[in-house]
Every structure is written in structure tokens, then in C-alpha cells.
Design a binder for this molecule. Structure first.
Ligand code: KG4
Ligand code: ZN
Length: 335
């Protein structure tokens, strides 16, 4: 059973092909990073136009990579939300066309669920219950995945998403876009304890997070050093900022897992590519006796394989979409 997955929710035109839910046959990404870098962030109109140009060639490349023809594909899966409306529409329109022309089922995929389910390609089918941290450019939440596969939100950021905080700080420091990987790289040479940046809501008694105060504190410190004529050691700033963001996430996720009595923790989304986050979770879960499930870096950031994997699960469950499948820019993970 071959499922082709199309991802166009943000700034990557991506296509993946998965066989029998578990086996990755192709994963091709046509990145738009260079197009958006000059603006310091994703420009929705530019993204939609680039998806339009790149999607069909990307599908062709994925078919070649998998060594199959379109007629061998059993279902077409596509991200229906959340994401940028114009960008989502390009993928969903193309998927409808392919499904109709080749008489194959169309499957609408939730991008956030796909970030979680991509783990099955490397770790086998998920065996919930587990607690997942879903962290990306537009989303940061801690969710419980129940035995029946449904999600229940335990907590979320009350302001900035983690990826957004990484990107904003990177932009302020004059680093490239996207900022997460730049800060990750720079922080390797820095002292994570050089600055005591705030860890907001640490003792809030719930699993919510707040990251905008941290962002403001970092910017204020950079401005203070600038005004005082001090040359900031950017690696130290990056490492200290990253440590603060990682600290609160490790603490809240592990507390959620132990409160729920769950023995598995899963990291998902672009920010789960962060090397310090992965390292700290590995240590913390190790000492708690919890199993940590984390996809390889290339499967954490947006990709087509995750859409194909999640689509394959829906196909098996008989959950096809109709040709009137609508995009939903605000599609929630839970509920
Ligand atoms: O999941 P994703 O690829 O796209 C969305 O669905 O938003 O996540 C993108 C976010 C960006 O904010 C990017 O800066 C961040 O993930 N990111 C990272 C790293 N790699 C990507 N953040 C921290 N460290 C990284 N290594
Ligand atoms: Zn994503």
C-alpha cells in the first residue's frame, strides 16, 4: 500500500511516499528558505506562488526516488491545516486533481498530528499512551495521546510559539532565517549559564508555557550591552536563551508525563530538531526511566513523509476525505 503525501502548509514544498504505513520510500523537499530569507520571515504570497511552481516537479522527483509511477500510488494525502491559507490551497487543489484523475482516495491530514505520527517510520507504530511535545514555528503544546490515538491538550504556550521565539531572537541578533538552526549552531560554542534569562510560569502549577518575557529579556540585554559599549558574546547569549527555552519545556513535559503516569515521551515539530532540546530530554527521560521517541532531525522539520505516514494511518482506518475537502488554517491538534 503506497501513500503519497503532499505538504505545502508553510515554506517547504514537500512530497513523501510511504509504503505499508512504516516504510519510507521517498522524501523530497523543495525549500523556499532562500526566497523568504531576504524578508526575514515567510511571506504568504511568495510561499503560495513558489508552491505552485515547485509542487508538480517535486511530486515527479519523489516518484522517481521511490521507483514507482503515479498509477502505483494507492491514495493521495495532503495537509489540510493548520498553516497559511494560500499555501494550503495549492497542495489541496493539486491533491484533489490527482485523486480525481487517477481515481484514488483523497486524504486530508492534520499537519500537527503528522509531526507526531512521522515517528512511526523510524520507531514502529506508536503505542500510546504517551505525552508529546509538539513544537514548531507556529505551535507549542504539550498533549496526551491516549490509547485510542486521540489527543488531549495538557498545556500550551500562552504567547509565542517556541520556533517563533527562536526566529525572532535570531533576527534581532542579525542571524539568518530560519533562526532556530542558526541559534542551535551558535550556541554550541557558548556558555548556557552566562546569562540568567527568565523561566516564566515554571511554578504555575499547570503545563502552560510563556515565552514572550524570555524573548523581551534577551532583547533588553542585547540593547543594554550595546548602549554600554560592551561587545556581546553572541554565542553566550544564544546558548543562555536556548537553555532557558529548553529548561521550561523539559520540566513541564516530564512533569506532565509523570502526573499522567505515562512512560513514553515524544518530541515532534521543527524545534524538536534542536540539538540541546534532544540532548536534555534524552538525559531527563533516561534518569526517569521514560522512553523517549524522537524522529531524526530531517523528519522533525516540515516534510512530505510525515503527511504520507499520517495519511496511511487514516487510509487504514477508512477515513477518506471528499473532493470538497476544505483547508483549515487554524485546525487544532486536539479536539
Ligand atoms: O515544523 P516546522 O518545520 O514548520 C512549522 O510547522 O512551523 O518548524 C519550523 C520552526 C522554525 O521556527 C525553525 O526556526 C525551528 O522550527 N527550528 C529549530 C531548529 N530547526 C528548526 N529551532 C531550534 N533549533 C533547531 N535546530
Ligand atoms: Zn510543521
Amino acid at each position: 500500500m503506497l501513500v503519497l503525501g503532499i505538504e505545502t502548509s508553510c515554506d517547504e514544498t514537500a512530497v513523501g511516499i510511504v509504503e505499508d504505513q512504516l516504510h519510507l520510500r521517498a522524501n523530497v523537499i523543495a525549500s523556499q528558505v532562500d526566497l523568504h530569507a531576504r524578508y526575514g520571515g515567510v511571506v504568504p504570497e511568495v510561499a503560495a506562488r513558489a508552491h505552485l511552481e515547485q509542487l508538480l516537479p517535486t511530486i515527479d522527483t519523489a516518484l522517481v526516488q521511490a521507483g514507482v509511477h503515479l498509477s502505483d500510488i494507492d491514495a493521495i494525502a495532503v495537509t489540510a491545516g493548520p498553516g497559511l491559507v494560500g499555501a494550503l490551497l495549492v497542495g489541496v487543489s493539486a491533491a484533489k486533481g490527482l485523486a480525481l484523475a487517477h481515481d484514488r482516495p483523497l486524504i486530508g491530514v492534520n499537519h500537527l498530528r503528522a509531526h507526531v505520527e512521522v515517528a512511526q517510520l523510524e520507531h514502529g507504530m506508536l503505542e500510546p499512551p504517551l505525552v508529546a511535545l509538539v513544537v514548531s514555528g507556529g505551535h507549542t503544546s504539550i498533549v496526551a495521546m491516549g490509547e485510542d490515538g486521540t489527543f488531549r491538550q495538557l498545556g500550551a504556550t500562552i504567547d509565542d510559539a517556541a520556533g517563533e521565539a527562536f526566529d525572532k531572537i535570531a533576527r534581532f541578533m542579525g542571524l539568518g532565517y530560519p533562526g532556530g538552526p542558526e541559534i542551535d549552531r551558535l550556541a554550541r560554542d557558548g556558555d548556557p549559564h552566562a546569562f540568567a534569562f527568565p523561566r516564566a510560569m515554571r511554578d504555575s502549577g499547570n503545563y502552560d508555557l510563556s515565552l514572550s518575557g524570555l524573548k523581551t529579556a534577551v532583547i533588553r540585554e542585547l540593547r543594554r550591552m550595546d548602549a554600554a559599549g560592551e561587545e556581546p558574546v553572541l554565542a553566550d547569549v544564544a546558548a543562555s536563551f536556548q537553555e532557558a527555552i529548553v529548561d521550561v519545556q523539559v520540566e513541564k513535559v516530564l512533569r506532565a508525563a509523570s502526573d499522567e503516569g505515562y512512560e513514553q515521551v515524544l518530541l515532534a515539530g521543527g524545534v524538536a530538531a534542536n540539538s540541546r532540546l534532544r540532548e536534555r530530554f534524552a538525559v531527563a527521560c533516561g534518569s526517569n526511566g521514560q522512553r523517549l521517541i524522537v524522529p531524526s532531525v530531517g523528519l522533525c522539520t516540515d516534510n512530505g513523509a510525515m503527511v504520507a505516514a499520517s495519511g496511511a494511518n487514516l487510509l487504514v482506518a477508512g477515513r477518506h476525505a471528499d473532493l470538497d475537502l476544505a483547508v483549515d488554517p487554524n485546525l487544532p491538534l486536539a479536539g
